[in-house]
Design a protein around this ligand. Structure first.
Ligand code: FEO
Length: 428
């Protein structure tokens, strides 16, 4: 019996296509030596660049290509099951270079093929190929192409994880070419999820780092995907999901559905206050802001001290919160490291339009508050109330000011805050 690895290569050691379903072949490449993907993502055993070929009675379509350095494997596998003249369509589910590296050469080898991309991919394609004259067809949900007895239907699934992403479905094969969705960076020559090693950690890690900031888009995509009769998901990285494909769809739904909102009444909002304090002054301010915010019954307020230094557990809380208030001393003209660590860990979640606020005690100049406000705005939070800064120990009046700050932010969260006219002096 041949080994599970042998199917990727022919008897001469040349890469060959692997059959995925009746009319679909895998023509991708393995990259077992990769340890870091896109600078920030780690891999434990590399990744794969999955590309596919589907054959109909009237021709062949290629779905995605591979990273540039792996083009030879891709072309060898393609040539093992089709001639370039047979290629009628080239479909790109996503234009990131790990899937389009072999595209320029493929376009040369299959000049008669028509290129299909999502509506949002058009400007990216021009940037990628650096050509003004390009023949392509932008497609969206409802559009399809025919290969005779096989067809391909396009699903508009943007921001998973780039604006251009789409999925392509073959109803005759009941197979979804999903692009990065349902993928992971896991390299195993056995290719199929019922044969490869345990890749659960990689699937979860990939979701957490790639898809998590786009949960709303995941849920919208699942509305299109879930009703489809489906026996196989063919992602562009990692194992091909032919065993229990619906399990992975359900897992994406679980991971993308906010958990906290089921515990709250429809009117309730959540406000988190994080602080760190050198001498107790920023802490006193935090407690006063907490008391102020608590005056609005429908706001569920939480107060946390960051002194422990571990910020990772708070990312989940912040992702589902409606508002975020940060308290930092100013040391050497800057906010302190635990605050920056917390903020840098938030790149994996969507913070757009959450409410933000900043406060802190300082000794000399107090730049920390303004710097953190700027960062919150950069992360797309709303920061409607100027931060509160107190020189060293807060006076009784300054404690009252902190309480008012907390109340004002809680009111803002509930839409109860009166519009204030701007004081020009505050803008200088
Ligand atoms: Fe696998 Fe977003 O490229």
């Amino acid at each position: 019996m041949p080994s599970a690895h042998a199917q990727l290569f022919n008897a001469s050691g040349q890469p060959q296509a692997v059959r995925v379903s009746e009319r679909v072949h895998w023509i991708g490449a393995l990259d077992p030596n990769l340890r870091t993907f896109d600078i920030i993502l780690r891999t434990a055993n590399g990744t794969s660049y999955n590309a596919y070929l589907i054959r109909g009675s009237e021709g062949v379509a290629i779905i995605d290509t591979v990273k540039e350095g792996f083009a030879q494997d891709f072309f060898s596998r393609l040539e093992s099951v089709a001639d370039y003249d047979e290629i009628k369509f080239i479909i790109l589910n996503h234009l990131e270079p790990d899937h389009t590296g072999a595209l320029p050469e493929l376009l040369k080898r299959a000049p008669k093929a028509r290129l299909f991309i999502s509506q949002k991919a058009q400007s990216m394609l021009k940037g990628l190929l650096k050509k003004e004259e390009l023949a392509y067809t932008p497609v969206t949900t409802g559009d399809s192409v025919s290969l005779g007895d096989r067809s391909l239907h396009f699903l508009h699934t943007p921001f998973l994880h780039w604006p251009d992403t789409q999925c392509t479905y073959s109803p005759e094969e009941t197979l979804l070419f999903s692009g990065d969705v349902f993928g992971c960076h896991f390299c195993d020559s056995r290719l199929f999820n019922d044969q490869v090693g345990d890749f659960r950690f990689s699937f979860e890690y990939y979701y957490a780092h790639i898809m998590r900031p786009f949960k709303e888009y995941v849920l919208r995509a699942l509305e299109l995907i879930q009703p489809l009769p489906l026996t196989l998901i063919a992602p562009s990285h990692g194992p091909i999901l032919r065993d229990r494909p619906l399990h992975y769809i359900q897992r994406y739904r679980q991971l993308s559905t906010p958990a906290l909102h089921s515990e709250l009444s429809p009117r309730q909002k959540t406000l988190l206050i994080f602080y760190i304090s050198s001498y107790g002054n920023t802490r006193r301010m935090a407690e006063a802001i907490y008391q102020g915010a608590m005056q609005i019954d429908e706001v569920r307020v939480s107060l946390y001290d960051l002194e422990g230094g571990e910020v990772a557990p708070f990312v989940d809380l912040i992702e589902e919160a409606d508002g975020l208030i940060l308290g930092t001393p100013t040391i050497n003209g800057d906010a302190v490291k635990p605050i920056w660590d917390l903020l840098s860990s938030l790149t994996v979640v969507n913070l757009k339009n959450k409410l933000g606020g900043v406060f802190g005690s300082y000794g000399w100049t107090g730049e920390g508050v303004r710097l953190v406000e700027d960062r919150l705005r950069g992360l797309k939070l709303r920061v409607p109330v100027p931060g509160v800064r107190v020189k060293l120990i807060p006076t009784d009046d300054e404690i009252l000011e902190c309480q008012a700050f907390g109340l004002e932010l809680a009111q803002e969260l509930m839409g109860l805050r009166e519009a204030k006219s701007l004081n020009l002096a505050d803008l200088q």
